[in-house]
Design a protein around this ligand. Structure first.
Ligand code: TXA
Ligand code: MG
Length: 331
């Protein structure tokens, strides 16, 4: 049985004790829950891959509570790193630097390593008390939607990890923006809440990794090449003006803005957003996918959003649906 730890000092003390013993503890962040192990404990880090069923060529993010931790595990840190940190940390921005002093298990044998300071006081306290950073892949079974609640972590990993520090529901709802600072031009490897426009003042040459623009390119972040964020039930993308074509049947689930759901009486519905708030839709996406991943549901339809602030949402929805649209269901 996996222990659920409360968001208080006793919960943190217990998590510190377990992590110091080489055990795995899931922790809250503002994006999604992470699966923690001490970053310098090669055996515990290997157990993280085991618990998730994660391919071992997929490197982990090192979560820090202060910059000395980055400086201990990174080299040739560019000036822009400090500018970015000033503006965006703690927050949903993961930065890749050249690595040093880390076990190969963390970096999957690469010469680079990803760092993030999550915007969760509870987790920052935990890392500060450990005095060492923790690795933190999303705390889901590999391939499933990332967990935005302690209950999601429990569903996927009960019995496989020692504890979950319960910090409530994650605010943002999708994983952090990953930016590689080690190349000649900075690259967004994974879109998140912090957008290209947000970063351009500090990184004027910032581009998207080619795989985010063309499906033929191989992603630079190993994790982006795997099937991801997918429930077992097939997911279809649907535009606002197509929603009325979805049959009103009890075995179908519709995830859309509240204004687009009013005519459905039989279908299972989920209010993804109000007034098309993309923040709200992003916050709810994984919860909706998990809620309808049940044998009684034969298809999940999810509304598409437009605009730069929807880049992360659409990236995850593309992956969850495998690019399928309503027309693919109708055939
Ligand atoms: O919001 C987040 O980033 C969450 C929370 C828990 O912090 N963590 C998370 O970790 O999403 P994970 O392991 O699920 O995703 C990390 C992504 C993967 O796609 C991985 O391949 C990429 O970052 N990555 C990590 N280190 C890298 C490196 N050195 N070079 C290229 N990509 C890297
Ligand atoms: Mg993940």
């Amino acid at each position: 049985m996996t222990e659920i730890l409360k968001a208080n000092s006793a919960g943190i003390d217990r998590a510190v004790h377990l992590l110091n013993n080489g055990e795995l503890v899931a922790f809250p962040t503002e994006t999604v829950y992470g699966l923690g192990a001490l970053a310098d404990d090669a055996q515990a880090v290997a157990a993280v891959f085991q618990a998730k069923g994660r391919p071992n060529d997929n490197p982990l993010i090192v979560h820090v509570s202060n910059l000395a931790m980055v400086e201990h595990y990174a080299q040739h840190i560019p000036n822009v790193f400090y500018q970015l940190v000033d503006q965006f940390w703690p927050g949903s921005l993961t930065l890749i630097l050249e690595a040093k002093n880390l076990p190969d298990e963390v970096t999957a044998g690469l010469s680079t390593v990803a760092f993030r300071m999550p915007d969760s006081e509870l987790t920052l306290d935990l890392i500060e008390q450990l005095g060492l950073p923790i690795v933190g892949p999303s705390a889901n079974t590999s391939g499933k939607p990332s967990p935005t609640q302690a209950a999601h972590v429990y569903h996927d990993l009960n019995g496989k990890i020692s504890a979950i520090l319960d910090g409530g529901t994650a605010e943002v709802g999708v994983e952090s923006t990953v930016v590689d600072l080690t190349g000649s031009i900075p690259l967004i490897l994974r879109p998140g809440k912090i957008t290209q426009s947000d970063l351009r003042a500090i990184l004027p040459t910032l581009k998207y990794d080619a795989h985010l623009i063309s499906a033929e390119e191989v992603p630079k972040a190993p994790g982006m090449k795997y099937q991801h964020y997918s429930p077992n039930v097939p997911v279809f993308m649907v535009a606002k003006d197509e929603i009325s074509q979805i049959p009103d049947q009890a075995n179908l689930a519709i995830v859309a803005d509240e204004s687009d759901l009013i005519n459905f009486k039989q279908a299972k519905i989920f209010e993804l957003s109000k007034e098309y708030s993309i923040e709200m839709a992003t916050h709810n996406l994984y919860q909706a996918l998990r809620q309808f991943d049940q044998p009684e549901v034969s298809a999940i339809f999810v509304e598409v959003f437009e605009g730069e602030n929807a880049t992360a949402y659409m990236n995850r929805l593309q992956k969850a649906s495998g690019g399928k649209r309503l027309v693919d269901y109708q055939q």
